[in-house]
Design a binder for this molecule. Structure first.
Ligand SMILES: [Zn+2]
Length: 347
């Protein structure tokens, strides 16, 4: 954000407070406005160079917040990690800035998800002399396909059959990402290889336990009702792990459109299989899914997180929190048990 426009605004605020004969309320409002502008200026101030912050630590850059958190867990005290895309940003079609490039040039290693998630990545690193590692290497990709019952809907040519990139939604794949991250960090910093591998093993166990919680809880409900109904098809890897069939209103990387045919197919599936709860991702409107719930006699049971962590004081500040939140919301919805700690489900 260019600073000059804010400065100009600040001048205007100052000029007003100087010329307007001030009642107390007005002075208070002006002070508040100046405080807001000051906060904006602070937010726009140039960030310190990551190398200066990292010091002697390995400087790790990641493409999005989920794998930044994995790198922090695995790297521990030996690394300083930054994510190119910030909390809440759209990661598929992100446009890197010149500042992103300058910061990336300082990095010791850059970690990406791969599987076509970061459409911008190849161009981004083309001019950089920094090693890159793709965390999904070795992961069995699942293709982007139409949801059951809408096979005839046309997928765009560049989407049909291409890999679904959301592999980290599987705790098993997350464990694999942790181990791949450990090897990447060990390669860049062999002195601390043992720490990276030990951290990754501990962390992988914690992630796998989250997946086990889901699988065990699902044993309570009839096989027929084991269906994960979401807005977008971003849960294929989690559903596969947990033995859930998947129904969604539109496939990933298709402009969020619940066509009448896709709506009808979802409603029939939910009604026929007596699926007790349906869900939607935090990044898209839940209106269509709430309609599915109403028309199929089901319940809209909450919001799931996928592509980004939240700020530290939000609902999913870490990757483990993200998986735990989603698993808890899915279990509560499908088994009819209350959420632990009366967790906020977003509705
Ligand atoms: Zn996504």
């Amino acid at each position: 954000m260019p600073n000059f426009s804010i400065r100009r605004h600040l001048d205007v605020v100052r000029a007003r407070s100087a010329t307007v004969p001030g009642g107390r309320a007005r002075a208070g409002r002006t002070a508040a406005a100046v405080a807001v502008v000051a906060a904006l200026l602070a937010a726009c101030a140039p960030q310190p160079a990551p190398r200066d912050v990292a010091g002697d630590r390995l400087l790790v850059l990641t493409t999005f917040t989920v794998i930044a958190d994995i790198a922090r867990e695995v790297g521990g005290e030996h690394v300083y990690v930054e994510s190119v895309t910030k909390v809440g940003a759209e990661i598929h079609g992100y446009e890197p800035t010149p500042d992103d490039l300058r910061r990336a040039a300082d990095a010791d290693i850059i970690l990406e998800n791969g599987l076509g998630l970061e459409a911008w990545f190849e161009r981004f690193v083309a001019g950089l002399d920094v090693p890159t590692v793709t965390l999904s290497d070795g992961v069995e990709p699942l293709p982007i396909v139409e949801s059951a019952g809408t096979e005839g809907e046309s997928l765009p040519d560049d989407v049909a059959g291409s890999p679904n990139p959301h592999a980290w939604m599987s705790p098993e794949v997350g464990a694999q990402y942790a181990r791949t991250t450990a090897e990447a960090l060990a390669g860049a910093d062999p002195d601390n290889a043992a720490d990276y591998r030990a951290n990754a093993e501990r962390y992988a166990d914690e992630l796998l336990a989250i997946g086990d919680t889901l699988s065990e809880a699902l044993e309570q409900i009839p096989q027929e009702a084991r269906v994960l109904v979401t807005c977008e098809g971003a849960f294929s890897y989690l559903a596969r792990d947990a033995g859930l069939d998947e129904v969604y209103l539109w496939p990933v990387n298709v402009d969020g459109q619940a066509s009448p045919r896709r709506m009808e197919a979802a409603i029939s599936a939910v009604r026929d299989r007596e699926v007790p709860a349906v869900f939607c991702e935090s990044t898209v409107s839940a209106d269509a899914q709430e309609q599915v719930a109403r028309e199929a006699g089901s319940t809209f049971a909450g919001v799931l997180y996928v592509d980004s962590l939240s700020e530290p004081d939000g609902p999913v500040p870490t990757y483990k929190d993200l998986l735990t939140h989603d698993v808890d919301v899915i279990i509560a919805g499908l088994t009819g048990t209350p959420l632990p700690d009366a967790q906020e489900v977003g509705r």
